[in-house]
Design a protein around this ligand. Structure first.
Ligand SMILES: *Cc1c(COP(=O)(O)O)cnc(C)c1O
Length: 397
């Protein structure tokens, strides 16, 4: 599809691919990509229908299998991540689910970082064991712990870097070495950086998972997800699971995400610049105990993040000494920031992870993930950073 490109390819640059990769113009010669809101596709003859169903003719059959708008989105994201294949899913969670159920079976073992997104933690702790898939948990940045947790039946290493919401980072190249030394696969949830700031496949990861709901859309409109990787695992096995089980991406949502990709690089660098300003201001405020942002030189993973990412992203977390009461007071005193669990939007959002995104997991897992009662997470948007700071200042007073 889009892996090897000749030197004179006009789409060699990341931004060029973000704007144009995957577009197939119809006879109408449209400038912007069309939406195909159709559940099924028609055939010229019974023989063509038979060939399409058997897979002999690769054309469209039914939108649970393929849809041209979804395919354009997938081809574009694959070109940005540097993967051979990509599948679109109904949500980020169904991208995680399809990865696990498309590739694993009862008796297999997964090693995962403790700092995963709250619902991913729930999926892996509550449901995978019911299907006979065992999970071991390790601290994200402890490479030795990953290696020690691998067993003969380990098939998958699953990490989210940077982590939500503390911005912890793991060395993707080292983790890929650990996985491949044991013939396991490495999956990276690249939601926080997106391919504009980090490309895990280039560093040896086998699979990249996205919640397109976040930065790929970037304007808080649609729920969706994607998995990117090689033609066999993603194009055949994971796609096979999705077309059978059904958590496919809608063509309308695919079109929204496609338009989001066109401005991805611009937005991610602007989110990073604004977040840096907000983080530096918070760090200098006497009412703030600690700021978790990898763009700050005293963040424990600052150097690794600087080497592995081309920006530190838009998520800033910080701790207040007054626990839940102080955190809620700060959140309630904001006037511009949106109080919502979503992130990756042009609009800045603020949330209390311990009682929202990480509210349903056990106290033990929450403590292991470092989510304390005084922690507040801000997804720094694209408003004037001076206004974001002024809004936070109201509750810190
Ligand atoms: C939101 C999120 C998900 C889940 O995505 P949905 O689209 O909400 O299903 C997975 N991983 C990370 C890091 C997320 O932030």
């Amino acid at each position: 599809m889009c892996t090897t490109r000749p030197d004179d390819d006009p789409l060699a640059g990341f931004e060029s691919r973000a704007v144009r990769a995957g577009q197939v113009r119809t006879d109408a010669q449209e400038q912007s990509e069309p939406i195909y809101p159709t559940s099924s596709f028609t055939f010229e003859s019974a023989a063509q229908a038979a060939a399409r169903f058997s897979g002999e003719d690769p054309g469209n059959v039914y939108s649970r299998f393929t849809n041209p708008t979804v395919r354009t989105f997938c081809d574009r994201l694959a070109a940005l991540e540097g993967g051979q294949a990509c599948v679109g899913t109904a949500s980020g969670m169904s991208a995680v689910l399809a990865t696990c159920l498309g590739l694993l079976q009862a008796g297999d073992h997964v090693v995962a970082s403790r700092t995963l997104f709250g619902t991913t933690l729930s999926l892996l702790t509550k449901y995978l064991p019911r299907w006979g898939i065992e999970v071991s948990w390790v601290p994200l940045s402890d490479e030795r712990a990953w290696a020690d947790a691998v067993q003969p039946n380990t098939r998958l290493l699953f990490a989210e870097t940077p982590s939500n919401p503390l911005n912890e980072v793991v060395d993707i190249r080292r983790l890929a070495e650990v996985a491949h030394a044991h013939e396991a696969l490495l999956a990276i949830d690249n939601c926080f950086c997106t391919p504009a700031l980090q490309r895990p496949l280039e560093m040896g990861a086998d699979l990249v998972i996205h919640s397109a709901t976040k930065y790929l859309d970037g304007q808080g409109r649609c729920v969706g997800g994607a998995v990117v990787g090689d033609a066999q695992r993603v194009g055949e096995e994971i796609h096979g699971f999705i077309r059978t089980a059904g958590p496919c991406m809608s063509p309308f949502n695919a079109w929204v995400f496609l338009k989001g990709l066109e401005t991805l690089s611009l937005r991610m660098h602007a989110h990073s610049r604004n977040a840096q300003q907000v983080a530096e201001w918070l760090q200098g405020h006497p009412g703030v105990e600690r700021v978790h942002y990898a763009g700050l030189p005293d963040h424990p993973h600052h150097r690794l993040a600087a080497a592995q990412q081309s920006g530190f992203g838009g998520i800033v977390a910080f701790e207040l000494p007054g626990g839940r009461e102080a955190a809620w007071r700060l959140i309630d005193s904001t006037r511009m920031l949106s109080i919502t669990g979503n992130l990756g939007d042009t609009k800045s959002t603020i949330t209390h992870p311990a009682t929202t995104t990480h509210g349903t997991i056990s106290d033990e897992l929450r403590a292991a993930a470092g989510i304390r009662e005084g922690l507040v997470r801000v997804s720094v948007g694209l408003e004037d950073p001076a206004d974001i700071i002024r809004d936070l200042e109201r509750g810190l007073g």
